[in-house]
Design a protein around this ligand. Structure first.
Ligand SMILES: N[C@@H](CCC(=O)N[C@@H](CS)C(=O)NCC(=O)O)C(=O)O
Length: 238
């Protein structure tokens, strides 16, 4: 277990403006940023690592007991865990509601979020995106066996979540933010063809969601050729 001293406790003066610590390629950081944007907050983003998160700034250490991002700081409040951050953003500030008031719609929102974090994110991001997109960028090996053996889970989760998303009666909520950010990298891989075929509702939802202004504004910049060059240049000039 990695336990580290918090940089954000002690004498540090907390910002009155909400501040999100994270890094640009981080799916969870981007969820917090989309939430802040959608709420219309005047907030700051403090990157604490290189774009890909591989090279951490000294400030990264101590932000989170398990060395994760994002972390939100606001006045006397410091929060870890993306979902907690999103709920705080929704409830602590004025602006459009990001969570439904209807009890069933609220439960459905959590059903989608929990399913995404439990059954989709572990396959779409650490298995698929890391191997297909981030490993080639860093000149690391691609585990083809892992990708192909986990394709059924990637497709199964996509089908389930697509069905949940399109069966809802309400509008945009935190579930859209969590699914959109978890799915983005998968849509850039060749496996997206199989996933979309297995989950046509999710594919249709993605087509209409990816162009929403706040979602589009917080797409990570995935020019992979440029990313590969940046990574190589960092490694040769540490
Ligand atoms: N349970 C955490 C998970 C956050 C998480 O896994 N963040 C990733 C980036 S998307 C991270 O910090 N990874 C550590 C690293 O990049 O070294 C949350 O909900 O915020």
């Amino acid at each position: 277990m990695v336990m580290s001293k918090s940089l954000l406790s002690g004498d540090r003066t907390m910002s009155k403006r909400p501040k999100v610590y994270g890094y640009a390629a981080s799916t969870y950081t981007r969820m917090a940023l989309v939430g802040a944007e959608k709420k219309g907050l005047d907030y700051d983003f403090q990157p604490v690592a290189s774009w890909d998160g591989y090279d951490k700034d000294p400030e990264y250490i101590g932000l989170h007991p398990f060395l994760k991002v994002p972390v939100l700081e606001h006045d006397k409040v410091r929060l870890t865990e993306t979902i907690a951050i999103l709920v705080y953003i929704d409830r602590a500030f004025e602006g459009p509601h990001l969570t439904p008031s209807d009890p069933l719609a609220l439960a459905k929102m959590w059903e989608i979020i929990s399913s995404t974090i439990s059954y989709a994110w572990p396959y779409w991001v650490p298995v698929l995106a890391t191997n297909r997109l981030f490993n080639p960028m860093a000149d690391d090996a691609v585990d083809e066996n892992l990708i192909s053996s986990r394709l059924p889970e990637m497709c199964g989760a996509a089908e389930l979540i697509g069905n949940y998303l399109t069966a809802r009666s309400g509008g945009f909520d935190l579930a859209d933010i969590v699914v959109a950010r978890s799915l983005k990298y998968a849509t850039e891989t060749p496996e997206w063809h199989d996933i979309a075929k297995a989950a046509p509702r999710l594919a249709e939802w993605w087509e209409s969601t990816k162009t929403r202004p706040t979602i589009a504004k917080h797409m990570p910049d995935t020019d992979w050729q440029q990313r590969t060059e940046d990574y190589a240049s960092r490694k040769s000039n540490p």
